[in-house]
Design a protein around this ligand. Structure first.
Ligand code: ADP
Ligand code: MG
Length: 480
């Protein structure tokens, strides 16, 4: 696969002595500003280590960056409308539900709560739309996916422009700072939580973060708490696992979710997006209880369903997107879609299977999962489709054209890795954060709030930072 290159923001390699020196400074900057994570191998709550990061900001075309930023409110509203279109969700998810137990469990909660009558019509979305540049298409952005739950790295990456500025100044290139956009994702995401809190309108209420048993990505969650504590000192934040929510909360006669004797205004999920986070029925019970309550959920279960890969694929079908977005905006949104295909048992599903078996390298096979590490690439796409061809299992997947981003050279700094690191080929994925608050009929707030850039080795299929594959980065905007 030939992939062309974008030039790095400074000529590489750097002088070895300069490199070693600046990495030492950068690591300390990172540690002292919370660009960190807990150590998976030697876990302790007493320390954090640096999160993997890219030493120099990676180039990104300004026009494409601006396009993604400007599209975010359109995409927020699109997902909001999808989440409130019961027929569309029902129809779209039908086949996947038959074979995907996790999505089916979420769906059951959605149906149950709708039948009972929804206690809280307001939802809070802290979204992130992810993009790769499509090199053969002039480095134009294509959407990888749209995250509606636990969209991460808004907090840490809000600190990265300052880190890059420091690094560039140490290298004698302070003049380049002007090409680095500010990133206010953290304050923007937190304003979503506090605005939702205010809409709830109960002065004694609290905010609840739903967290994993062990949070390795602790900085990216605590910074939200610190920020809210500064801007709204009266708001108390609790962190609880789904199991703790099962044990410690109840619904009162007003359907308020009560924790520690206080009603919960906002429930912000940083867990609950993958099957392993529901090891027993208790976690599902907890999820149902929250969903039944008057708390404003981030996300509501319908937002979570709208964020499935299946919905992304269905929106790309002719006419589907246009049901929700009209006119020029729909053309702009279509332009960021790449080929997406269902694998249902019908003519078009069969055609998609044949096409992918014949040319597997051109595609990615994706199940209805979040959190990284679940997709199938390259020759394995063919193997998987040959295996699933006659099995209902295939309806749980979507087929997506593989995006071929341009390469850029850079240095990745990782905890425990030898210094200096080698110059390596990298590719970058841009995420734009969006906040939306609204009911089916009324949108109270809809905005773009910031970005994140995550960069991975060019030959790695995926680049999850928490999974240890990717590295945090900042865009260096290019006028091309
Ligand atoms: P998840 O919900 O697991 O994050 P994604 O759809 O974001 O699922 O896929 C995970 C990663 O796989 C992405 O961050 C990206 O690096 C890579 N990837 C996903 N889809 C494509 C694609 N169509 N082309 C190239 N790489 C992709
Ligand atoms: Mg992703």
């Amino acid at each position: 696969m030939s992939q062309a290159r974008l030039a790095s923001c400074l000529p590489l390699p750097l002088d070895q002595k300069v490199l070693v020196n600046v990495i030492e400074k950068a690591k300390d900057w990172a540690l002292m500003h919370g660009v960190g994570m807990r150590d998976r191998k030697n876990f302790t709550k007493d320390s954090i280590q640096i999160a993997p990061f890219v030493l120099l900001p990676s180039p990104f075309p300004r026009t494409e960056f601006t396009k993604a930023v400007e599209l975010q409110p359109v995409l927020n509203e699109l997902m909001h409308k999808v989440a409130h279109d019961d027929d569309f969700l029902e129809h779209t998810l039908q086949n996947a539900l038959q074979v995907d137990e996790f999505t089916a469990n979420l769906y059951d909660i959605w149906v149950k709560v709708r039948n009972e009558g929804i206690a809280q019509s307001v939802s809070l979305g802290l979204f992130r739309s992810d993009y790769l540049m499509q090199h053969p298409d002039g480095n134009r952005i294509k959407q990888v996916e749209f995250n509606t739950i636990a969209s991460s790295f808004g907090a840490i990456t809000s600190h990265l422009p300052a880190m890059s500025r420091y690094i560039l100044r140490q290298l004698g290139h302070g003049d380049m700072i002007k090409n680095m956009p500010e990133n206010r994702a953290l304050s923007g995401l937190c304003s979503g939580i506090t605005d939702a809190y205010d809409l709830f309108g109960v002065p004694t209420a609290i905010v609840l973060f739903v967290v994993e048993e062990v949070s390795y990505n602790i900085c990216d969650q605590r910074f939200h708490e610190f920020e809210i504590s500064e801007t709204r000192p009266e708001i108390q934040i609790y962190r609880k696992t789904l199991n703790e929510i099962y044990e410690e909360t109840e619904l009162n006669d007003k359907k308020q979710l009560v924790l520690d004797g206080r009603p919960v205004a906002v429930v912000y999920y940083r867990s609950g997006y993958e099957p392993a986070q529901y090891p027993s029925n208790r976690e599902w019970e907890a999820r149902l209880r929250v969903e039944r309550s008057t708390a404003i959920k981030c996300p509501s279960i319908s937002y979570q369903l709208a964020g499935t890969k299946k919905v992304q694929q269905a929106l790309a079908a002719p006419g589907a997107l246009e049901r929700f977005v009209r006119g020029a905006a729909s053309v702009r949104v279509r332009d960021i879609f790449t080929g997406l295909y269902a694998l249902d048992f019908d003519d078009s599903g069969e055609r998609a299977v044949d096409m992918a078996i014949a040319d597997a390298e051109r595609f990615v096979l994706k199940p209805q999962r979040e959190g990284g590490g679940n997709n199938v690439y390259g020759a394995e796409v063919r193997d998987a489709l040959l295996r699933m061809r006659h099995s209902r299992e295939r309806a749980a997947y979507i087929l997506m054209e593989r995006i071929l981003p341009p390469l850029v050279q850079g240095y990745v700094v990782r905890p425990g890795a030898p210094v200096p690191p080698p110059v390596v080929d990298l590719v970058s994925e841009l995420g734009i954060f969006g906040v939306i608050i609204g009911t089916k009929d009324k949108i109270y707030s809809n905005k773009q709030v910031g970005h994140m850039l995550r960069t991975k080795l060019a030959d790695a299929n995926e680049g999850g930072v928490a999974a240890g594959l990717g590295a945090l980065d900042s865009p260096y905007l290019l006028d091309m």
